[in-house]
Write a protein that binds this ligand. Structure first.
Ligand code: SF4
Ligand code: SF4
Length: 443
């Protein structure tokens, strides 16, 4: 069945593996290749591989639809070579104009820029998007959601629950289910001093409680002891990043030498950003490149021999430059650096996991049982990049699973960037606020 971009927007599809960019916008351009991002390079996360093992034909259908919309002649599935069963499942489902590209087991192979270079050999310029080199990158769960357009809008989410939990697994929950329920589905925490990371261990964020609801972009929940390296590092505030960095950075440049975006020829040099912490007349020039940092955390958690936080310095400056609308137009770009450096300086995932103390945890996450039926869901109206959706239901309304409960607002006569939002369970609306629609299940 042919679908349109508007069908995809109405079905609520956004990038399920990142910031939640609306998929219909991504599929509005023209590209010769669609790259399926099955790299899943964040340690301990497994939901994409599990989805391929179970639903490869469906994912391929979503891929085919994406190809048709952007006019692509080929699709390339980037999946780590070590996952033989995943490759086998995908190979059985692939169509003639689709192929697998076996990826090395390195971090961050799932970064869009790195993935496009590894799979297609094309280097995206700093500040550009994959479309600029004729590619569209799509996450596995997003492709599955595109395949569902016309049947089921986006109402469920797959979440890897990992770390210090009784049964590490991948759960399927209705959107708006609490993170606490996800943890229960994995048997609960096995430690007395748990801290919680939402997303991946490298790029995810610490959350103080598990009250928050699952959204369209929630990919993982990792439980770690409070004194774990990853928890400690995510607890650093700007004051600590600055104080320690100023005192201990010896300008060895290792953070830059191993930075994946630097290796692609981008003008990102974290060691220079570190210089800005001291007295430095070139401060603005030294931090200009921070706007091209993808915040993968490789420099802070792995590359820096002093255990400093160049990513934190980049983040701080990147945010400031964005707020001041200081964009580096036509930055220097040396794409030849990719072939020169990338083959020799990749960071193996196994070594990374040892370094950040994750090698002792169970590293698989099978899909767990039947879809979960919560008593109540708390559905956020902002689950994507763009404007939050406007509710179209009121307190007391009876809703059915899949019914639109919030839609993209019209701003200045134009439909705003975003994707519609749907009831994830059958029930009654018990509260509507500018942030959430709360639904209680039919008892
Ligand atoms: S690797 Fe660490 S010590 Fe070396 S330049 Fe970078 S931040 Fe400084
Ligand atoms: S977080 Fe560090 S390694 Fe990653 S892109 Fe930014 S500077 Fe480079």
């Amino acid at each position: 069945m042919a679908v349109t971009q508007e069908d995809i927007a109405r079905a609520g599809v956004v990038g399920a593996g990142g910031a939640g960019f609306p998929t219909h916008v991504k599929l509005s351009g023209k590209a010769d290749t669609v790259v399926l991002n099955a790299a899943e390079c964040e340690p301990l996360l497994h939901k994409d591989k599990e989805l391929i093992l179970r639903d490869a034909p469906m994912i391929v259908e979503g891929l085919a639809r994406a190809m048709s919309l952007v006019g692509a002649k080929e699709a390339v599935v980037g999946v780590k070579a070590k996952y033989a069963k995943v490759i086998e499942a995908m190979n059985k489902a692939l169509r003639p104009n689709m192929r697998i590209f076996p990826l090395p087991d390195v971090y961050p192979s799932g970064d869009e820029f790195i993935l496009v270079y590894l799979t297609l050999g094309r280097v995206i310029a700093p500040g550009a998007i994959p479309l600029s080199v004729g590619a569209v990158v799509m996450n596995v769960e997003t492709a599955r959601n595109v395949a569902n357009v016309g049947t089921t809008p986006v109402v469920d989410k797959y979440v890897s629950v990992a770390g210090a939990v009784a049964n590490p697994c991948t759960v399927c929950v209705p959107l708006g289910t609490s993170l606490a329920e996800c943890l229960e589905l994995a048997g609960g925490a096995t430690i007395s001093n748990p801290a919680y990371v939402v997303g991946g261990a490298m790029m995810g964020r610490l959350v103080p409680t598990l009250d928050a609801p699952v959204t369209k972009t929630t990919g993982g929940l990792i439980v770690l002891p409070e004194d774990h390296f990853v928890v400690q590092r995510k607890s650093w505030d700007w004051n600590k990043t600055m104080r320690v960095g100023r005192a201990a950075c010896d300008q060895c440049s290792r953070c830059t030498e191993l930075c994946p975006r630097y290796m692609l020829g981008h003008p990102i040099e974290p060691h220079r950003a570190m210089r800005s912490l001291g007295f430095n007349a070139n401060r603005e020039a030294d931090v200009a490149g921070t706007q091209f940092c993808c915040e993968c955390n490789l420099c802070s958690y792995s590359s820096c021999p002093e255990g400093l936080d160049p990513r934190g310095v980049n983040h701080q400056n990147k945010a400031r430059l964005a707020a001041e609308k200081k964009r580096w137009v036509n930055p220097p770009f040396d794409p030849s650096r990719a072939d020169l450096l990338m083959p020799y300086r990749k960071t193996p995932t196994g070594r990374l996991m040892k370094r950040i103390g994750l090698d002792g945890f169970v590293n698989h996450g099978p899909l767990s049982g039947e879809p979960y039926q919560p008593k109540e869901v708390h559905i956020a109206l902002r689950q994507h990049i763009g404007a939050p959706c406007s509710p179209v239901v009121n307190k007391g309304d009876v809703v059915t699973r899949g019914q639109a409960i919030a839609v993209r607002p019209v701003i200045d006569g134009k439909v705003a960037l975003g994707a519609d939002i749907h009831a994830s369970i059958n029930g009654t609306v018990v509260d509507v606020s500018p942030e959430y629609v709360k639904i209680a299940a039919v008892s």
